[in-house]
Each structure stands twice: as C-alpha cells, then as structure tokens.
Design a protein around this ligand. Structure first.
Ligand SMILES: [Zn+2]
Length: 182
C-alpha cells in the first residue's frame, strides 16, 4: 500500500524537503518505489544512486561540504534484484514462510498467534499453493477446519488473502541493500 504523500506537489522548503517524494529507478531504469528525499539524498551522497531528474524549480540542499539539487527521480547504480516483483501476480506461488510473514503470524480465522498455514480450499480438493488460497492459521483453527472449506466449517476469514503488492517491501529492500552499515 502506498501512502499518498501530501508533499508530492508542494513546493519544497527548508522544513518539508526531506519528506518530498523521490522516484527510485532500478539500474535498468525500471521504476521501483518512492522514498523520502532524505533517504534519496543519502543514496546520492554515498554514490549508490545518481540523479536522473532534479526537482523544478531548483532547490539546493547544502551541507558543509557539498550542495546537491533536490532530486525528483534517482537511479540506483547497482541493479537490485527483488525476490518478489513489485506487483506479485495473485496466482503466483507462495511459501509457508512468506504467508506467515505476509499475515504477520496472525490467524486468519481468530487473529491469534499463527505458526501454521491453512489451505482455504483444501489441498485434498485441489486447493493450490497460491497467495489467495493460503492464510496463516493457529493450530486450533487449522485443526477445527480440517479438510473443509470455511463455509463448510462455519468459519469466517477475517480478511481476504492476497498477493503482497509490494511497494513497502520493495522500499525496505532497496533501503536495506543500499544503506551503508552505520
Ligand atoms: Zn485461530
């Protein structure tokens, strides 16, 4: 989920420039994500990225030793390979660990702590290992549901499971890969 940024089109000033959005392109020029200008500037200063387009009108960011133009679009100099594409196809295969991570280890039936994954349409009936058919489930709910659909078991899903559409993860990944260790 991409949170709309109120500063996207606002004229930058000394108070808000760090929160203006900067589009990040992969080394291949493929759009990856948007990050705060503050982070973008760090990537520029550390040589991890270059400016593709500067913000108009020109807004200089000055530090003791250098001045750079506030960027609008930057490009990573090293290709970042994303484990999951930014938009994951809903029918793409999901692993148990990835489903637990997506659902934050919350059971999709009772919101309790989940360590197992339930096939919503049971595997015995051809339910696939896809994002939309898998949901984190606690052991009691998983046992109770057994080889039934939620309707047959009289259980309701608390949310509709989907493939993670993954600007947030892409952003974390880009940031983690490119931030020099402190
Ligand atoms: Zn449960």
């Amino acid at each position: 989920m991409v949170t709309p940024m109120p500063f996207r089109h606002a004229a930058p000033n000394s108070d808000n420039w760090i929160r203006t959005d900067v589009l990040v392109l992969n080394a291949s020029y493929e759009a990856l994500t948007e990050i705060d200008a503050e982070r973008a500037v760090v990537l520029l200063i550390t040589g991890a990225a270059e400016t593709v387009a500067a913000r108009e009108p020109h807004f200089p960011i000055r530090s003791k030793h250098l001045e750079i133009a506030l960027p609008e679009t930057i490009r990573l100099l090293r290709y970042v390979y994303l484990e999951h594409r930014v938009l994951v196809h809903d029918e793409s295969r999901a692993t148990l660990a990835a489903v637990l991570r997506r659902d934050d280890n919350r059971c999709g039936y009772c919101a309790g702590w989940a360590r197992t994954v339930d096939h919503i349409r049971p595997r015995s009936r051809g339910g696939p290992n896809t994002w939309a058919n898998l949901i984190a489930a606690c052991a009691p709910c998983n046992t109770r549901k057994a080889d039934r659909t939620p309707e047959e078991a009289g259980m309701r899903l608390l949310w509709e499971p989907k493939a993670p559409t993954d600007m947030a993860r892409a952003q974390r990944r880009v940031w983690k890969d490119l931030t020099p260790a402190p």
